[in-house]
Design a protein around this ligand. Structure first.
Ligand code: S3P
Length: 170
């Protein structure tokens, strides 16, 4: 990956895969802007993602997500961390494919669960059995994530700088 990006690198993958942490490190490493679609949506709405889901519903959130990703892809190329569901929508995949390069951070369910289980920030996991829900979401999404241009295996025993180097190497 060249140090000066021609296209935005779009990190995709499940909640807990490390998109934000690795994206932040990668942007620093390449000296390019770090962009985060969830953070943009939250600051525009002055509400958390959970509050947006609760007040306006998931469909509303998904429309904001598409708008924000489109706008960020139009700006200076950088590293864009997307929410775990963003790559599921065909309209988003098309934009990302045309104007960016998608990189899947591919983590297994045990690793994802170890990272998300103590947090209450993911509205989709507010169920009676969040681990089972995570597994169901993973099973549905895995084939779609497989459409990403590139894939990097996320491992629990890699530090963030090590993961950043893995992504730089692809
Ligand atoms: C979602 C993942 C979240 C956030 C929202 C929906 C999903 O982002 O966009 O809660 O559908 O997987 P992270 O992947 O950063 O947790």
């Amino acid at each position: 990956m060249a140090a000066i990006l021609r296209k935005t690198v779009v990190l995709v993958g499940m909640m807990g895969a490390g998109k934000t942490a690795i994206g932040t490190g990668l942007a620093k490493r390449l000296a390019v802007p770090f962009l985060d679609s969830d953070a943009e949506i939250e600051s525009a709405a002055a509400m958390s993602i959970a509050e947006i889901f609760e007040r306006d519903g998931e469909a509303f959130f998904r429309d904001r997500e598409t708008e924000v990703i489109g706008r960020l892809l139009d700006g200076t190329p950088g590293i864009l961390s997307t929410g775990g569901g963003a790559f599921l929508a065909e309209r988003n995949r098309r934009m990302i494919h045309d104007r960016g390069v998608s990189v899947l951070l591919d983590a297994d369910v045990d690793l994802l669960w170890s990272r998300v289980k103590h947090k209450n920030t993911r509205p989709l996991l507010r169920t009676a059995d969040p681990r089972a829900t995570l597994e169901e979401i993973y099973a549905v999404r895995a084939p779609v994530y497989g459409l990403a241009d590139l894939s990097v295996k996320a491992r629990g025993d890699y530090s963030i700088p090590e993961m950043v180097e893995k992504v730089v190497e692809v």
